[in-house]
Design a protein around this ligand. Sequence first.
Ligand SMILES: [Zn+2]
Length: 412
Amino acid sequence: MASSTINRDRLLKRHALMATFGDTGRGGVIRPALSAEETQARRAILDIARERGFACSVDPIGNLFIRRSGIKNHSAPLRIGSHLDSQIPGGNYDGVYGVLAAFEVLETLADQSVSSIRPVEVVIWNNEEGARFAPTTMGSAVHAGALSLADALNSRDGEDLRLEDELARRLNDLGSLTQIPLGTESFGYIEAHIEQGPLLESADTPIGVVTGIQGIIQFNVTVIGEEAHAGTTPRSRRKDALAAALALIDEIRTLTNDTEDEIRFTIGRLTVAPGAPNTVPSKVVFTIDLRHPDEERLGSLHVRISESCKNFVSPCEITAVTTLNSPPVKFDCNVMAAIEKHADQSGIKHMKIASGATHDAKFMAGLCPTGMIFIPCRDGISHNEREWAEFEHMACGADLLMRVVKQLCMSD
Ligand SMILES: [Zn+2]
């Protein structure tokens, strides 16, 4: 009788194989979207899929779909997956783990001759990282209609290569694929991923049941003062843009210092002009990146920061412009309940967790019941060659995904 669990040795073997594509020799990979290395990784999965008799297709933005048929093959598929592209350089777990966990589920269903009602499809999203072509989560955004296909195809990399040309070139190396349209219906979507943060590891918990993806608001703040001689201008006469910016930043930082440590507040860029040692700064531009999982809380912080900038008392002129407002996404209660139920039945410790990072699941959540399963990663490190996850946790997450898929693919 076939074992009721996934094939751990195979998962380990596939993971080692993927690590060879774009291997930096320092524990990580360089595998940006539509690179030769990412194409080799995609091809390797497709070759195994074809051998196993799964149907392989592609949509106009280069998302790949690997299907195991169901009894009602015209019903919307249950989709599972993630991405194979990496940061430059990136680790061996971000994205690739979710693809391999999903593919292992498909193979296990085939090994066990499970007669699912619905088809089950592994999705390999194109360009999740946005490291080579902007924006991030491009494939899922185009699939969901949140980004136009034309804009995505027109995206250019640092060498001025157009995504459309690169996509056409790489598709030739992927073998025969059925073309399917954008936005085909999904019955549900589940993505397994490393947490990319330290919470599961600190709580010694192997499974995170992801409640949603936190919202992001970004600002560009400009402070205009006046250039003056650093040696001759008394304090009372100065319109020092940097001094004003620092005082304002201090005020905003205080209002985002929550006791729960849930608000994520970052100033990642600050430029000072004219940038001469002996001139009082006349202009400072800085960014604010603000994140929170609760829409109301994020909204009220948005208002408070805008008001702080507007009402700040200073000899300088301050303007704050919101450059990004992406509300939090909540995952489906039934998907979360199914993940929790199967974790309980398998005796696996789990906890609810909000995703600090963005994922393709964000766009899928607007189309169908969606959920994510997180596993811990060492020290919470990600987007780094030192990214590392315990194999025990990888196998545990893949096995849990398999159990949830087995339940959901039987719904009519
Ligand atoms: Zn990822």
